[in-house]
Design a protein around this ligand. Structure first.
Ligand code: PLP
Length: 384
């Protein structure tokens, strides 16, 4: 009898889509989905139009347009203090999601274990499952989402091949401190592990924090696969432009697999992103931070008033809130209850943990236009 693959049976469908459907049914405000709906920088939009008109419409090299790889290398030097060779160490892919998938295909064997800090981002888990890797977990401690080096050490087994670090993190908003990253680097060095990093929220940092790329720590360039992209920073989630940065011996195969799966990322949009990386002034990033910090402060204040204490995020644009006081046995029931009462959709905490640690929390996304966010906050504040 025909059936799906064993691999397919392991994939867990994200709850986010379900909540979006339920939200539409009640005419709610969707703070479940992480789609940034702020404006695309006009310079970037225009550059895409010009690129199409000028004929940048064919396949690009398997690892991306040279001008984009060079712009990414300049950005890595400027922003992260990292030197990367645009000719051999950068792979442009179909979003950071594509870059991570290709990196996993290139570097992991079935049965290899990869450590996830939880709460985790569901795509990280599912991508690992899709390549038949095995997740193991370090559960971060609420409300600050910290861990001790011993927690990490305990999660390492002879089958461990990598550690996944998402900083700033979705869904917790955790920004790994330098000493936490040093603990990761130390464990990776002693056990000879890859470190996969997801730095897609690198510009979404609050209260004066600065981004520290795990790949910039001494000795880490050899074993780190940096994953990032411009979906969030330029509000171009549908363009699918992201990249991986790693040593040439890894980058070559990541690039070949990128060719196999995606052929290349959209050519004219690669050109436009290169223009954005090179030409947007530092003020663009400062404004992004202050704009999102205001949104964060607004929703955290509303959650406090609603009696749903938030874990105030240090970065990214999500907030986890304690919904213990809402009726319901599970986080799903609590999120549905909140949707019915306040007409605001959130993601049940169970989507971010392998065990039951998420049952009394939900995640809100605050990457919304100010008017819509304000209305959502008023609805939350009116919750009895
Ligand atoms: N990584 C994290 C942690 C995310 O939260 C998201 C989107 O929500 C992505 C990656 C997706 O990025 P991209 O659009 O570059 O594939």
């Amino acid at each position: 009898m025909l059936s799906l693959s064993d691999r397919a049976a392991r994939i867990v469908q994200a709850e986010i889509r379900n909540m979006s459907i339920e939200c539409e049914k009640v005419g709610g405000i969707n703070l479940a989905q992480g789609v940034s709906d702020t404006e695309v920088p006009p310079l970037v939009r225009r550059a895409a139009q010009v690129a199409i008109d000028e004929g940048v419409n064919s396949y690009t090299r398997y690892d991306g347009l040279r001008e984009l790889r060079e712009a990414i290398a300049r950005k890595l030097r400027r922003h992260c203090g990292i030197e990367a060779d645009p000719e051999s160490e950068i792979t442009v892919s179909a979003g950071s999601t594509g870059a991570f998938y290709c990196a996993c295909l290139a570097l992991l064997n079935p049965g290899d274990e990869v450590i996830l800090f939880e709460p985790y981002y569901g795509y990280h888990l599912n991508t690992l499952l899709a390549v038949e890797a095995v997740p193991s977990y370090v559960t971060l401690r609420a409300p600050d989402w910290t861990f001790a080096p011993e927690d990490l050490e305990r999660a390492i087994s002879p089958r461990t091949r990598g550690i996944m670090v998402c900083t700033p993190a979705n869904p917790s908003g955790k920004v790994f401190s330098r000493s936490e990253l040093e603990a990761v680097a130390d464990a990776a060095g002693r056990h000879d592990l890859f470190v996969f990093t997801d730095e897609i929220y690198e510009h979404f940092l609050y209260d004066g924090r600065r981004h520290v790329s795990p790949g910039s720590l001494p000795g880490m360039a050899e074993r780190t696969i940096i994953i990032s992209g411009l979906s969030k920073t330029f509000s171009i989630t549908g363009w699918r432009i992201g990249y991986a940065v790693s040593r040439p011996r890894w980058a070559k195969m990541i690039g070949y697999l990128n060719d196999l799966v995606y052929v290349c990322a959209p050519a004219p949009l690669q050109r436009a992103v290169a223009v954005g990386l090179d030409e947007l002034p530092p003020g663009f990033y400062d404004e992004l931070r202050s704009k999102y910090q205001r949104k964060r402060d607004r929703i955290c204040a509303a959650l406090k008033r609603a009696g749903l204490p938030p874990c105030v995020p240090e970065g990214a644009y999500y907030v986890l809130a304690d919904v213990s006081r809402l009726p319901g046995e599970t986080s799903k029931e609590k999120a549905m209850n909140l949707l019915r009462k306040a007409r605001v959709a959130s993601v049940p905490g169970e989507a971010f943990f392998h065990g039951s640690a998420g049952e009394s929390i939900v995640r809100f996304c605050f990457s919304k236009q100010d008017g819509e966010l304000e209305e959502a906050c008023r609805r939350l504040e009116g919750l009895d």
